[in-house]
Design a protein around this ligand. Structure first.
Ligand code: PMP
Length: 319
C-alpha cells in the first residue's frame, strides 16, 4: 500500500519541504564518522547528544525503523513509512514529521553519507520530559534521530553454506508487531544463539513459531513456502512481505500458516529474512539437520529473485 502523498513526493527531487538544514554542506569523508540527523540538524555522529531525561533512554519509550539503501536508493520506502506510522500509533506518539519531510531528511542523509549502499537507522522517542515519570509528559516534542552507516551484507560464505539456528522460548511482550526500541528480550535471544556458535534464535511461544530474534521465519514443505501469519506476536517484516510478493509473482506457491517446532524440524528448507541480511538459509536447527544440510533449491530461486529486484531498485531514477 502506498501512503497518501508518497507517490508524488518521491518524484520531487529535491523534495519541497519547510525544513531548514544547516547551510554548510556537511559531508561524511570517513565512513567511521557518519553524518547523522538529530532533531533538525545534521552533524557528525560524535557530536550528536541527547538528554539523559530522554524517554528513550529512561524507559525505552520509542520506535525505530531500519531501511536499506542501494546505490543511494531507499528500499521499499512506502512500506517502511507505513510500518513507522503503525508503530507510532501503537505507542500513541504523534508523527514528528510529514512524509515529505521524512523524504527530505532521509535523502539529505543518504547524500551526505556518500549515496552508496547504506543502512538507515531511524529512531523516534516520546521526547525529553521534565523528570522521570511513567505518565506521558504534557506538550513534549518527540526526539528524532537518523543515521546512515555502510550496509554490511551477509558474508558470502554464510550465503553459500547457510547458518545454524537454535529454538528458544519467546519471552517478549504481547505487542511484537510494533517496532519498539525496547529490545532487551531480542538482544538476549540473539546472544544466546551467538554463545553456542549459532547465527539466530528462533522464538517459540506456546508451541508455535513466532519469528527470529531479529528476523522472520519461512519454511518450504512439499514445495510450498510457508510463514506464520501476521498478528500481535511478530513483526510484520518488510522483507517477509517482499519474499511473499516475489514468490507469488514467480508462481511459487505460498501460504501464511501457523508453524510448530515439528514443522520446522521436518521442513525441506528453513529461511530467515530481514532487511539488511535479506534471505538466509538455516541448515541446522538445534541438533537437527534441515533438508539436505545445504541451502535448498527454493532458496536459490528466491535469492535470484531478490537480487534482481534489488538491481531494479539500483537503476531507479526517481529517488
Ligand atoms: N522480526 C524482528 C524481531 C526484527 O527485529 C526484524 C528486523 N531486524 C524482522 C523481524 C525483519 O523485519 P524487516 O524485514 O523489516 O527487516
Amino acid at each position: 500500500m502506498v501512503l497518501p502523498g508518497l507517490q508524488s513526493a518521491v518524484r520531487v527531487f529535491p523534495p519541497k519541504t519547510t525544513l531548514k538544514f544547516s547551510p554548510a554542506p556537511l559531508m561524511s569523508d570517513d565512513i567511521a564518522t557518519p553524518i547523522v540527523y538529530l532533531n533538525g540538524n545534521f552533524l557528525p555522529l560524535g557530536d550528536a547528544k541527547i538528554s539523559v531525561l530522554d524517554r528513550g533512554f529512561l524507559f525505552g519509550d520509542g520506535i525505530y525503523e531500519v531501511i536499506p539503501v542501494y546505490d543511494g536508493h531507499l528500499f521499499r520506502l512506502a512500506e517502511h513509512f507505513e510500518r513507522l506510522a503503525q508503530s507510532l500509533a501503537g505507542i500513541r506518539c504523534p508523527p514528528p514529521l510529514t512524509t515529505v519531510e521524512w523524504i527530505a531528511v532521509l535523502t539529505e542523509l543518504v547524500v551526505r553519507n556518500g549515496a552508496g549502499d547504506l543502512s538507515i537507522y531511524l529512531q523516534i522517542t516520546r521526547g525529553v520530559g521534565p523528570n522521570r515519570d511513567h505518565a506521558f509528559p504534557v506538550g513534549v516534542i518527540p526526539s528524532v534521530f537518523a543515521m546512515a552507516t555502510p550496509l554490511i551484507p551477509l558474508p558470502a560464505e554464510k550465503r553459500r553454506t547457510g547458518v545454524r539456528a537454535i529454538l528458544i522460548d519467546d519471552l517478549r511482550w504481547g505487542r511484537c508487531n510494533l517496532k519498539v526500541i525496547t529490545l532487551l528480550a531480542n538482544v538476549l535471544a540473539r546472544q544466546q544463539a551467538i554463545d553456542v556458535g549459532a547465527y539466530e534464535s528462533i522464538l517459540v511461544r506456546n508451541g508455535q513459531i513466532t519469528e527470529g530474534a531479529a528476523s522472520n521465519v519461512f519454511i518450504v514443505r512439499n514445495g510450498i513456502l510457508l510463514t506464520p501469519p501476521k498478528g500481535p506476536l511478530l513483526l510484520p517484516g518488510i522483507t517477509r512481505d517482499l519474499v511473499l510478493e516475489l514468490a507469488t509473482t514467480a508462481n511459487l506457491p505460498v501460504r501464511e500458516e501457523i508453524l510448530t517446532v515439528q514443522d520446522l524440524i521436518s521442513a525441506e528448507e528453513i529461511w530467515l529474512t530481514s532487511a539488511t541480511k535479506e534471505v538466509v538459509a538455516v541448515i541446522e536447527l538445534d541438533d537437527h539437520v534441515i533438508g539436505t544440510g545445504r541451502p535448498g533449491s527454493y532458496y536459490q530461486k528466491m535469492t535470484a529473485l531478490y537480487q534482481s529486484f534489488k538491481d531494479r531498485v539500483r537503476r531507479r531514477f526517481d529517488l
